[in-house]
Design a protein around this ligand. Structure first.
Ligand SMILES: *[C@@H]1O[C@H](CO)[C@@H](O)[C@H](O)[C@H]1NC(C)=O
Length: 352
């Protein structure tokens, strides 16, 4: 397994976090608040997020149309001015917040709310009636077929396939200190499917410049995404350990489902900052969120269990349920407590 282009090493080099995080291996510090949980308004109805391959062709097309609609709407007030569309505005905000919403306790809850506000935009601004689908990559990782044959990579009713070698050249004038980009992840432009001619204005990394959607599918990532790998993580009893094990390197010493899934797709998706330029980002994170939700439902005490470092640098304090999840211009900013129970207001969705 070539590890040079992993997200992990990007972080390793950039943030120099490896040793403090490993040496501070967490002891369980549960914050549960069941009384509060019971008082939260239950949703009268929940909408279902479903696995990509369980959608009909029409439903798949509707989702892709909604994403393309977001890519055609103007940005409102992006944190990086070169973001052109409302879709880019989400990517811009992820680039800006990347260093605080990874490797910390808010990793899972922040991304849960980020997906929720993205889904709300698809529905409110683009007339989409469905939900963000999730991609259960373990189904493809368990299969004898290559990952590149997964239904999400279909050119007709999917997101198009692998990058074509020789179609993309990385910018040479980027400041290497800002981010690390590993050329092998950027095999080339996606040349088929609905995003073949789509221009991504931000990335790779913190670099700003129009480029094609790039991929470089890594078959070797199957090992980190298969059902055995997922079951092992799902069996972890404490949130403090669970969130570390699902997120992966450099919190862990080898790949896990989160970083493994990013580097499996390659291109911008393999980068800590600019990954939401890849539309599959949302399906990947919906699957991670689903795994967390299933983990939360194993025991009542887990529904509001939260811990983990609030920052990646000292002085270290732990996140609590009152920790803010800032969404800036994307949508509603909430606190962690608000996102814990997806069947409570204002969330109201579930995973089928
Ligand atoms: C944070 O929580 C961990 C357990 O998850 C605990 O070991 C540590 O002492 C806590 N740190 C602070 C600063 O409260």
């Amino acid at each position: 397994m070539p590890s040079t282009f992993s997200l992990a090493l990007i972080l390793f080099a950039l943030l120099n976090l490896f040793s403090p995080l490993i040496s501070g291996a967490p002891v369980e510090d549960k914050t549960t608040d069941l009384a509060q949980a019971k008082s939260r308004p239950r949703c009268a109805d929940v909408i279902q997020r479903r696995e990509w391959r369980s959608l009909s062709d029409d439903q798949k097309d509707d989702y892709i149309e909604a994403v393309k609609c977001m890519q055609s709407l103007p940005a409102m007030k992006p944190v990086i001015k070169e973001a052109k569309s409302r879709y880019d505005e989400f990517q811009a905000y992820h680039i800006k917040r990347a260093e605080s919403v990874h490797l910390t306790g808010q990793f899972l809850p922040w991304h849960r709310q980020y997906l929720k506000v993205f889904e709300d935009e698809l529905r409110d601004k683009c007339g989409y009636e469905g939900t963000i689908p999730y991609w259960d990559w373990s189904l493809d990782a368990d299969s004898s077929k290559p990952l590149s044959k997964a239904p999400v990579f279909d050119a007709t009713h999917g997101f198009g396939g692998d990058g074509a070698p020789g179609t993309y050249t990385l910018p040479s004038n980027h400041p290497p200190a800002d981010y690390l980009i590993y050329p092998t992840s950027f095999k080339g432009c996606v040349v088929d499917g609905p995003f073949a001619h789509h221009k991504v204005p931000l990335g790779p990394g913190k670099y700003i410049g129009d480029h094609c959607l790039t991929r470089g599918i890594q078959e070797a990532a199957k090992a980190y995404l298969n059902s055995i790998a997922v079951k092992k993580i799902a069996a972890i009893p404490s949130y403090g350990e669970f969130h570390v094990e699902i997120e992966g390197m450099p919190l862990t010493t080898s790949h896990r489902p989160h970083d493994g899934g990013h580097f499996m797709i390659g291109g911008d998706m393999s980068n800590l900052y600019s990954s939401p330029g890849e539309p599959l980002f949302y399906l990947h994170h919906a699957n991670l969120d689903r795994i967390w939700w299933e983990w939360q439902n194993v025991a009542p005490s887990r529904l509001y269990e939260m811990t983990g470092r609030s920052t990646t640098t000292a002085p270290f304090t732990n996140v609590t349920l009152e920790f803010p999840l800032d969404m800036d211009t994307l949508g509603e900013s909430v606190i962690i407590r608000d996102v814990m129970d997806i069947h409570s207001e204002p969330n109201c969705y579930t995973y089928a």
